[in-house]
Design a protein around this ligand. Structure first.
Ligand code: SAM
Length: 393
């Protein structure tokens, strides 16, 4: 009898407690438990299957498996931090993919020579081959091929700065390809959350860096990254300018100014879209935004071209495999720069760079414009597309 009474009391208490739960929360819980019929990740996969199976042909099944598996990271070494991170990374058994190319460097000259011939064959007008000049200060550590060990998070050093930044190692390539030289003025047009900005700063040769992104919230993340990795004295003063403008309007602010411009545009972020439902560009309510991406990318690239000085160089990059967001955007930008702004551009050949790092990354074969890292299970980096343009006028 006593047990029965206790049970009734307990049940009443539970009922009373339910009364304290606001109704909206109870309803929310019920809704949240109902799975979405068409999650954005599923829609992304459908879309990629439809477009990439014809675009990539027999490569698509293996790229697809890699994209659906966990991606691999690289640890961008922070030169502003003390030496402890370097020792820590080396002890973990990873290597700097930028300096570990001795055996390959001897072959670069041969590739440069042969690329002249194949360029003529490819029929790309004005594609220019340049000597390979890599910043010796940028270092990015990766685990060996097929080793999927994860990096531990970086810890603050004695100055409170973090020793390395974890990012897709292929994202370092656009920064290398930009080829920043001593004394250059550089614009990073779509910079947040700041991985590539940080890589550019590691080169330690920039005279003036302008960092911009239209998203105020993402800019807050970028500022936090800079505070965590770069000494205060370098973040103040006239060498760094941080802004949050619509990059498509940059030409209204500044033209013919920068030696180097990085245009790392918003895109369908293929790997992220297959893995995450939150904040996905394949969410149905973002359909219009997704369809407008190529136009936005074109406007951003054109703005970057106009912001560069004659003789200056522009690096366009995305993290999608999409031909419409990659090559088509670059082709249209070259035409529009000539027709609407009288700017002549030359495509810079990046094959010496891709050849140098072919043991670390898988590159798409035979792209007629630019270069692309394609995901592969043994080297699951990318996708990263990049195309470099030089202003002739
Ligand atoms: C691929 S992300 C850039 C990633 C960044 N470069 C990095 O390495 O961390 C593209 C960025 O473009 C920004 N963006 C979108 N529209 C823009 C616009 N009209 N002007 C400038 N930035 C824009 C987004 O806020 C986003 O942060």
């Amino acid at each position: 009898m006593a047990l029965l009474l206790d049970t009734r009391l307990l049940l009443r208490k539970v009922k009373d407690l339910r009364c304290f739960t606001p109704r909206r929360n109870r309803v929310k819980k019920k809704w949240a438990a109902t799975p979405t019929k068409h999650p954005p990740t599923g829609l992304a996969l459908q879309h990629f299957d439809a477009t990439y199976s014809s675009q990539l042909g027999k490569l698509w099944p293996s790229v697809r498996v890699a994209l659906l598996s966990e991606g691999k990271y690289g640890a961008l070494l922070n030169n502003f931090s003390d030496d402890s991170a370097l020792a820590h990374l080396e002890a973990q058994g990873c290597r700097d993919f930028l300096t570990d190319t001795e055996t390959e460097e001897s072959e670069v000259a041969a590739v440069e020579e042969s690329s002249n011939v194949s360029m003529k064959e490819s029929g790309i007008d004005g594609q220019q081959e340049t000597p390979l000049q890599l910043s010796r200060n940028i270092k990015c550590f990766v685990f060996p091929r097929a080793d999927i060990t994860r990096f531990k998070s970086a810890r603050p050093d004695t100055y409170g700065l973090l020793g390395y930044y974890l990012m897709d190692a292929a994202s370092v390539l656009p920064c290398l390809a930009l080829d920043v030289q001593e004394g250059h003025a550089v614009l990073d047009l779509c910079a947040a959350p700041g991985g590539k900005t940080l890589a550019l700063l590691q080169s330690q040769s920039i005279r003036f860096l302008c960092v911009n992104d239209a998203s105020v919230s993402r800019m807050l993340r970028l500022k936090k990254v800079l505070r965590s990795y770069v000494p205060k004295e370098l973040l103040t003063g006239e060498r760094l300018r941080i802004s949050s403008f619509d990059g498509t309007k940059w030409g209204e602010i500044e033209t013919n100014t920068f030696d180097r411009v990085l245009v790392d545009v918003p895109c369908t972020t293929d790997r992220h879209s297959l893995m995450e439902n939150d904040n996905s560009i394949f969410n149905k309510i973002r359909g219009g935004e997704r369809r407008r991406l190529p136009q936005l990318q074109l406007e951003l690239l054109l703005a970057g071209i106009i912001a560069a000085c004659p003789g200056g160089e522009i690096l366009y990059s995305t993290c999608t495999l999409s031909q419409i967001q990659n090559m088509s955007v670059v082709e249209q930008a070259i035409d529009m720069a000539r027709e609407n702004h009288g700017i002549q551009l030359q495509v810079v050949d990046l094959r010496p760079l891709t050849h140098m790092f072919r043991k670390t990354f898988h590159f798409a074969p035979d792209l007629h414009l630019g270069e692309m890292v394609i995901p592969h299970l043994a080297a699951n980096f990318g996708p990263i597309y990049m195309c470099k343009l030089r202003r002739l006028t």
